[in-house]
Ligand binder design. Structure first.
Ligand code: PGA
Length: 249
């Protein structure tokens, strides 16, 4: 039985005070979170340390990104060992906004996965096809290519990997993949993982992301291979995010 995960990706939103308020609102409801759901939030780097200091036994604070390099002259970058040094032990990588807007390649993302695993960190590894790729029926091929970044992970470390399937056309658009579309792709991803990690693939959590909202979460999360969600816009409102967490229980 895979434990579901609901992760909030705050992206580049909110002032310092907004972030503290949002975190505190979530904390004040944490006793209502279902026992069988892991909850994560990924605030901007700048706020990580203070949210960790406030702390929560139910909400894990994770990073939105990390550098593909270990240290040195890389202005503006944050390394995995820096994250580790403030007790962050999980990061998102390969988000489509990083791939598309910042031009991160499959090999950049593979390096980030390696960096994270070298520090024994958990990885929320995102994949997702663009609208034209789906329209031209290339979505399975595209996702399989993106999965290359985790195919070479040492099997002993594969339990650190969480996959997030986020169709680009559904991110921030209000258009969600149908539960059937999500299930179809999640089952495909799991079948591909099984070819490489026969023993681990059935334990791997595969999250859906892309316009998850309180009113569509329960149906998405009830699909056999959908193990929770990576939530953007709706994670910025405590009441909506809490409803989504409850929908996963
Ligand atoms: P959204 O974003 O929920 O606003 O569509 C999801 C994501 O990008 O992780």
């Amino acid at each position: 039985m895979r434990k579901k995960i609901v992760a909030g990706n705050w992206k580049m939103n909110g002032t310092y005070t907004d972030s503290l308020n949002l975190f505190n609102s979530l904390r004040s409801s944490e006793n209502e979170f279902p026992q069988n759901v892991e909850v994560m939030v990924a605030p901007p780097y700048l706020y990580l340390h203070d949210l960790l200091k406030i702390g929560s036994s139910k909400i894990k604070v994770i990073s939105q990104n990390c550098s593909s390099k270990s240290k040195g002259a890389f202005t503006g970058e944050i390394s995995v060992s820096m994250l580790r040094s403030i007790s962050i032990d999980c990061s998102i990588v390969g988000h489509s906004e990083r791939r598309i807007i910042y031009g991160e390649s499959i090999s950049d993302i593979s390096e980030k996965v390696k960096q994270l695993l070298s520090e024994n960190m958990q990885v929320v590894f995102c994949v997702g096809e663009q609208l034209e790729e789906r329209k031209s029926d290339n979505h399975f091929k595209v996702i399989n290519e993106q999965l290359i970044s985790i195919y070479s992970v040492d099997p002993s470390l594969f339990s650190k990997i969480i996959v997030a399937y986020e169709p680009v056309w559904a991110i921030g658009t209000g258009e969600t993949a149908s539960p059937e579309q999500a299930q179809e792709m999640h089952a495909f991803i799991r079948s591909k993982l099984r070819e490489v990690y026969a023993n681990a693939a059935d334990q791997t959590r595969i999250l859906y992301g892309g316009s998850v909202k309180p009113d569509n979460a329960a149906e998405l999360f009830s699909q056999a291979d959908v193990d929770g969600g990576l939530v953007g816009g709706a994670a910025l409102q405590a009441t909506d995010f809490i409803k989504i967490i409850q929908a996963a229980g």
